[in-house]
Ligand binder design. Structure first.
Ligand code: ATP
Ligand code: MG
Length: 419
């Protein structure tokens, strides 16, 4: 039987006012805990401990129902001396066993004034922890017709039997505990479903992308084999350059995945931006064959030393430059790589292009991992990696419109700390 206000209101009239105040206070505390505790184990322990105090019991337990094995197992077990670990580890009850099993099976609360006179009583748990149960109240935990478990309070402290009002109070506690458990399970299930969906999406995107690259590798290897046999060295050279580019792209995506997968403390060092930009451009030309794109570098405004993790920043900038090259037209595409020192001593790095730009409504989205408009030609990891690197440097990454109407990605690094 679940707790229903209309059925149980009458018992309140027979409860002495001081007991009603105690019950009200305990329920107030339990509702407060429900709103403030996120850890289910702690919440259940606190609910049970309040229940034990209100019913003035020596011990209490909360058993959960495992629908697969159709058994009850101890989730919370508290005696006068604290946590009853042995019960949690050793015991499982069939629904045909014990008074708890009967309460679960019949979905009704049971008040037993003297367990010795009740043939349903199962003494094994008592024997395991050298406890002697005299009286008990067992109440099923039910949420929307689903059996969740059973709560029990054992041995009224004054040596007598539990009263009808004790039973009703425990029914209220059982409905609170059932709601807490059902909510926690729902949240857990939703989170699992969301996590699985996100993993599925990521794996699908990545496998599509790498499959394309591997297909490219296979085709160029076959082409090279043929051209070797036929001694066509021109074709061989072409196949070789495709092979080299595809291998670099695979290395690039693996490096992006590694960079994204775990937090990394930047290894700060003084950096010459000229050599950093040269590295970026070298790799850029090796990754794309966009020979017609013009790439310009302007570092004239840099007047203060730059301290950063050179390898990480190289990765972050490379992703921005590759994106810019993807966005611009193959005929008159322009990409600018600029850096300057701000009045506060920090460094700003900007990658501008004369492509179509990023629409304002997508400016947040493009920074999220796995967002890509390039179908199987992009993983959507590039900007997420750049953003992560910039944040790890204590900086900011902004998406804007460039002076010519294309995209501008601006990295702001904080001033170098002087030791
Ligand atoms: N310079 C740019 N101009 C216009 N759109 C851009 C630009 N840079 C990025 N974007 C948009 O942001 C999206 C996400 O970029 P991101 O680098 O994260 O992934 P991707 O380039 O699609 O894939 P990958 O980096 O694996 O090649 C791109 O698909 C594109 O729609
Ligand atoms: Mg990219």
């Amino acid at each position: 039987m679940t707790y229903q206000l209309d059925q149980n209101v009458s018992w309140f009239t027979n409860v002495p006012p001081e007991d009603l105040r105690r019950i009200g206070d305990a329920l107030y505390r339990v509702h407060y805990l429900m709103a403030h505790l996120t850890d289910l184990d702690t919440l259940l322990e606190r609910i049970m401990s309040e229940g034990k105090e209100v019913a003035q019991a020596e011990a209490c337990s909360l058993m959960l129902y495992d629908p697969k094995s159709e058994e009850l197992y101890f989730e919370v077990a508290m005696g006068e001396t604290g946590d009853q670990q042995a019960l949690k580890q050793q015991f499982r009850l069939k629904l045909s066993e014990g008074i708890a099993g009967a309460a679960a099976r019949t979905r009704s609360s049971i008040n037993v004034p003297d367990v010795e006179r009740d043939p349903r009583f199962c003494p094994e748990p008592d024997n395991a922890i050298r406890f002697t149960t005299r009286s008990l109240v067992a109440v099923p935990l039910v949420d929307r017709d689903t059996l969740i478990g059973v709560i029990e309070v054992l041995n009224k402290r004054d040596g007598g039997a539990f009263s009808e009002s004790d039973l009703h109070v425990m029914e209220i506690f059982s409905s609170v505990a059932a709601t807490a458990i059902a909510n926690a399970r729902l949240i857990e299930e939703n989170m699992r479903a969301e996590r699985l969906a996100a993993i599925g999406e990521a794996v699908a995107g990545l496998s599509h992308y790498t499959k394309n690259l591997v297909n490219g590798l296979t085709t160029s290897v076959e082409l090279m084999e043929q051209s070797l046999e036929q001694e066509q060295y021109d074709v061989l050279r072409r196949g070789w350059s495709i092979l080299k580019r595809s291998t670099r792209k695979i290395a690039h995506v693996v490096e992006d995945m590694l960079a994204y997968s775990k937090p990394r403390e930047p290894a700060f060092e003084p950096v010459r931006l000229e050599s950093l930009m040269e590295d970026v451009m070298d790799t850029f030309w090796g990754l794309t064959n966009a020979k017609s794109i013009e790439l310009r570098v302007d570092l004239e405004g840099v007047t203060a030393p730059v301290r950063c993790d050179q390898q990480a920043l190289y990765r972050g900038l490379l992703n921005l430059v590759v994106n810019a090259a993807d966005a611009v037209s193959k005929e008159n595409g322009m990409v600018w790589l600029r850096a300057w020192t701000r009045p506060d001593g920090g460094t700003t790095l900007a990658v501008d292009d004369n492509g179509p730009g990023v629409p304002p409504e997508l400016r947040h989205k493009v920074l999220e991992p796995f967002f890509s408009t390039k179908g199987s030609n992009g993983t959507g990891l590039g900007l997420a990696v750049t953003r992560k690197i910039v944040l790890e440097h204590g900086g900011k990454l902004a998406v804007e419109t460039s002076a010519g109407g294309g995209a501008r990605f601006r990295i702001e690094l904080p001033p170098a700390e002087t030791d």
